[in-house]
Design a protein around this ligand. Structure first.
Ligand SMILES: Cc1cc2nc3c(=O)[nH]c(=O)nc-3n(C[C@H](O)[C@H](O)[C@H](O)COP(=O)(O)OP(=O)(O)OC[C@H]3O[C@@H](n4cnc5c(N)ncnc54)[C@H](O)[C@@H]3O)c2cc1C
Length: 731
């Protein structure tokens, strides 16, 4: 039985201010048949209006960032964590750094802007740019750590006198006075024209007075010409000493925009019409990265925010083949500059006011906006999954698919069509078009034996490329655990019924991810089978080769051995929480990163280090797999050090909230083999030993003298077991 098939790919590039609104809009009112994908470089996207408040210490990191993983999960959108580097418009694809392109039917770009460091020699090496803001946040926190115990003069230069530069300088001033109490702070704000160009004279006057009152040196008409270690050179040749330099100069366009062939404005930003569409009707662009040619406005977040609703509407219209509607941005707008000290300056229509109440007002507006995307409401009505797509979405091929969706064949009829498969294999550079044999012929090198294993599961991540990587690592885990060298693999891939183009894309992404891991592991993909099914799934039958005598087995633990694990634990609880919207995006990212990491090097080190026994940690959890090893080894037990267990970020916090994988109760059955549980019931890491792992690390017993040569974490020691002793003793 199939659900509503997917017919169109709507892809958003960048989690900017307008796109978070589009995500929310499609979450509230989905379009059946449309697959929504967000490609984002950062999993937590900043709200720029609150960043100076973060620098000033008024907001935590969480308060001024939107977790895109959570928002996408709430929306039902796929999150592809990647950086766009260009477009292949002929094939309607977004080019990505370090992974294959993603296809689109309709595309929207909201990737913001960044100061152009190329205009000031030395800036890239010696200064901190204000964007990417995630990077600014990291470097700012490092800087604060460094200057905590600073004594004597501390010289800081902020380059750029626009609203962002002024706010940042005032925020830095406030925070440094709080943190670096032993330092004599000299803060300079330097800018090439006058400050707040384009804003009201009264605002400039107010801000100049505030800077003077706060003893911040203001150097106007002073373009920065170069930066070297410890100094900034101003026009005219004067050098300004600087222990730290922050660059908040004019917004500039990413270089890849110029390679897209789309119409650009004179500064290299996408030129868009009143409906926010570029000169390619399949591509919209908004926020700082675009210029509405008929209604030019400053590059400010307020305009990106306002473009969210008309963009969402026009994307829906474009998907249905309707002409997009024009949108005229407001000309006048309220600008509020925080001064870092709990006060702010508001300006509009030529007037300016300053005070603590203005900050209270700004804080209220910003927090209200953030709440809409950080805490989206409960959905009023779940879409009926059988709601048919609007017929206007479908082209002729898709209409055929819709007509026969209820009667799709099973058996061999459920295979992915030959054309789709051939195109995918050609894109992957596999097999070509010539007919392959019915089965793969495998030569085993002389003197070796073949180890074989099989694994298969349905997807639990919405990015098919990542899923492909993880499924391959998971399947190869058995081969690595045997100390064998991966040799070849057969894939079993299931993709949901969709328009041919989307099915091709899914299969391509899945197999590309898998192949990147298999290639790295030296394992050839020699064949497989692909079919349609209700949800995406992938598995492999894997082969490895090994000298029989050198194969690592589960049995073989010897008293005195150290027990090591090569990856952190906690994938089960993190993805259980992700399904409930309770995991932070960065925790999910950390778990994905661990799962997609092959164990090639760990396995080689174990073989070279003469490990006595090994297995991979997967569904039964650490305790279950360890029990298998002990059972296979005879009269041994293991003293397990709970404190030493390596946990993925977030795992312990989630257990503390009572979350666990649905398989955890089953794994808890191993507790009768464990001694000392009663005394450890409150230990925060106890649940980790029952947590099922996907693509987990290797668990091995190694001679104590091999420890320094093996990259793993020691979590216990093997002991001789006497009659009546438990398998595992908790320490
Ligand atoms: C210190 C400072 C304070 C400011 N304060 C204000 C203010 O109070 N009010 C105001 O109106 N404006 C303010 N601005 C201006 C504001 O930052 C921008 O106008 C606003 O962020 C633009 O929003 P956006 O949606 O275009 O892009 P952004 O908010 O920059 O979002 C871009 C998103 O795209 C992602 N991304 C970037 N490149 C790629 C890529 N290649 N592939 C995939 N994803 C990518 C990023 O990770 C990010 O999530 C301030 C600027 C600064 C520097």
């Amino acid at each position: 039985m199939q659900g509503v098939p997917l017919l169109k790919d709507l892809v958003l590039v960048g989690g900017g201010h307008a796109h978070v609104h589009v995500l929310k809009s499609f979450g509230m009112k989905p379009m059946p048949g449309v697959r929504l994908t967000l490609i984002g470089r950062d999993v937590e996207t900043p709200y720029s209006g609150m960043i100076p408040g973060f620098v000033a210490g008024r907001y935590t990191f969480d308060e001024c960032h939107i977790d895109l993983a959570r928002l996408c999960a709430w929306t039902g959108a796929r999150l592809i964590r990647a950086e766009a580097t260009g477009l292949d418009r002929d094939n309607r694809q977004v080019l990505l750094k370090d992974r294959p392109p993603i296809s689109y039917d309709l595309l929207s770009i909201d990737v913001g802007s960044a100061p152009n460091l190329d205009t000031i020699p030395g800036a890239a090496q010696w200064a901190t740019p204000v964007k990417p803001i995630a990077e600014l946040g990291r470097r700012w926190l490092d800087f604060l750590e460094r200057i905590k115990s600073w004594s004597g003069p501390l010289k800081v230069v902020v380059i750029g006198g626009g609203a962002g530069g002024v706010e940042l300088a005032l925020a830095i001033d406030h925070r440094l006075h709080e943190v670096a109490k032993g330092a004599q702070l000299h803060l300079a704000l330097v800018t090439k024209g006058e400050i707040l160009a384009g804003q009201a004279q009264s605002a400039r006057d107010q801000v100049r007075t505030i800077l003077q009152r706060r003893r911040i040196t203001l150097l106007e008409q002073s373009a920065s010409e170069a930066i070297k270690q410890g100094a900034v050179q101003l026009e005219g040749g004067k050098w300004l000493a600087a222990d730290a330099v922050f660059v908040v100069t004019e917004a500039s366009a990413a270089k890849w925009f110029a390679t897209t062939g789309l119409a650009l404005d004179e500064r290299g930003f996408f030129a868009v019409d009143d409906a926010l569409s570029t000169n390619d009707p399949h591509i919209f662009a908004v926020g700082d990265c675009a210029t509405v040619v008929n209604h030019r406005r400053p590059k400010a977040g307020v305009f990106a925010v306002r473009q969210g609703p008309p963009l969402a509407k026009n994307l829906r219209r474009a998907l249905l083949g309707q002409p997009p509607q024009p949108f005229v941005p407001q000309r006048r707008y309220l600008s509020i500059l925080g001064t870092g000290d709990g006060r702010a300056v508001a300006t509009r229509n030529g007037w300016a006011v300053e005070g603590a109440w203005v900050w209270g007002w700004k804080d209220h507006i910003d927090r209200k906006w953030m709440r809409m995307y950080r805490e989206p409401p409960k959905k009023p009505m779940q879409m009926n999954s059988a709601t048919p797509p609007d017929p206007a979405l479908a082209d002729a091929e898709a209409r055929r698919l819709l007509a026969d969706i209820g009667m799709r064949c099973g058996g061999c009829g459920a295979k992915v069509g030959a054309n789709v498969l051939a195109r995918v294999l050609a894109r992957l550079g596999l097999f070509g078009f010539e007919a392959p044999d019915d089965a793969a012929l495998i030569d085993v090198p002389p003197g070796k034996v073949l180890v074989q294993s099989v694994d298969f599961f349905r997807t639990f991540v919405d990015d098919p490329y990542r899923f492909g990587e993880i499924a391959a690592v998971h399947a190869l885990g058995d081969v690595w655990a045997m100390g064998a060298r991966p040799h070849s693999a057969l894939a079993l891939a299931v993709v949901p019924a969709a328009a041919e183009r989307l099915m091709e894309e899914d299969l391509f992404q899945l197999l590309s991810g898998a192949r990147s891991v298999l290639n790295e592991a030296g394992c050839a993909l020699i064949g497989g089978h692909s079919g349609e099914g209700p949800e995406m799934a992938l598995g492999f039958s894997v082969n490895g080769v090994v000298d029989r005598a050198r194969a690592l087995r589960k049995g073989g633990l010897q008293p005195g051995d150290k027990l090591i694990v090569t990856k952190k634990l906690g994938t089960g609880v993190i993805f259980a929480a992700a399904m409930r919207g309770a995991a932070r995006g960065t925790w999910i990212e950390g778990a994905l990163e661990s799962m997609r990491t092959p164990s090639t090097k760990a396995a080689e080190a174990l073989v070279a280090g003469s490990a006595h026994a090994c297995t991979d940690v997967t569904g039964f959890g650490l305790a279950g797999h360890l029990a298998e090893m002990i059972r296979a080894s005879g009269a041994v037990s293991v003293d397990l050090d709970l404190d030493a267990l390596p946990a993925l970020d977030g795992a312990v916090e989630l257990f503390a909230k009572g979350l666990a994988s649905s398989l955890q109760p089953e794994n808890l059955r191993a507790r009768h083999l464990i001694d000392g549980m009663e005394g450890k019931t409150g230990h925060p890491k106890l649940p980790l030993i029952f947590d099922p792992q996907t693509a987990g690390g290797l668990l091995a017993a190694v001679p104590a003298d091999a420890i320094g040569r093996i990259d793993g974490i020691v979590i216990g020691e093997v002991k001789a077991r006497r009659e009546g002793d438990a398998f595992i003793r908790l320490g």
